[in-house]
Design a protein around this ligand. Structure first.
Ligand SMILES: C[S@@+](CC[C@H](N)C(=O)[O-])C[C@H]1O[C@@H](n2cnc3c(N)ncnc32)[C@H](O)[C@@H]1O
Length: 206
């Protein structure tokens, strides 16, 4: 992600947060407990929604510009559990096998170059039955929108810095052995058509 985009991230996403995303984040994180790893935590929008039942929260984030803002947000509001910030990409997590009870990913899997290695890494780090909780914009269902996304993807990726329009996240999770029956996909009203199909819910590790 380009650092100029990172510095303006909160400003650019404010309307989306107010319209639906803040509420969706709160719903997503209900009931989490134990050791939780967040992928690409950005500026820390999920922080306020983690319940006190979490014991240890590790916020991974590869962008230095994002980590600066994340650190500020973490320091602003002390929590009852440990919070660490770690420089890492989602395909190489610095954790031992089976050590996380849950992984959280919101608007991150569009940013990874390929889903397969990230799904494999999430599976490695989660304990059996651990949860990957996600909110992600994904490829449109088949048809003209899907074809436009596929064609525009390289251009959009170059403009934005890392975001892909055509990731088939639910399919990649299922291929990686996750139970995706708790992941739904639907069009989110108010979002631009290029990324208005949102996958959300809980994928369970085998
Ligand atoms: C659209 S922002 C979302 C930030 C935050 N998760 C949220 O919900 O607001 C995408 C984030 O993914 C991070 N990112 C980009 N490539 C990544 C990768 N390969 N692995 C993990 N995170 C990545 C970016 O630095 C950025 O913070």
């Amino acid at each position: 992600m380009r650092s100029a985009f990172a510095r303006r991230y909160d400003q650019l996403t404010a309307r989306m947060e107010d319209a639906w995303l803040r509420r969706a984040r709160a719903d997503l994180l209900v009931g989490l407990s134990g050791t939780v790893v967040e992928l690409g935590a950005g500026t820390g929008h999920n922080l306020e929604h983690y319940p006190d039942t979490v014991e240890r929260l590790v916020l991974t984030e590869p962008s230095a510009a994002m980590r600066d803002q994340l650190r500020t947000r973490v320091n602003e509001a002390p929590r009852s559990f440990d919070v660490e910030i770690v420089d890492a990409t989602a395909d190489r997590l610095p954790f031992n096998d089976g050590t996380a009870d849950a992984i959280v990913s919101t608007l991150v899997l569009c940013s990874v170059p390929a889903l397969g290695p990230v799904v494999a890494e999430a599976r490695r780090v989660l304990r059996p039955g651990g949860e990957l909780r996600l909110i992600e914009h994904v490829a449109a269902a088949r048809g003209w929108a899907h074809r436009i996304q596929t064609r525009l993807d390289p251009v959009w990726n170059w403009i934005e810095g890392s975001c892909h329009l055509d990731h088939e996240t639910r399919t990649a999770l299922a291929a990686g052995g996750f139970d995706v029956s708790g992941v739904s996909e639907a069009v989110q009203r108010g979002m631009p058509p290029l990324f208005h199909r949102i996958a959300r819910g809980v994928a369970v590790a085998p």
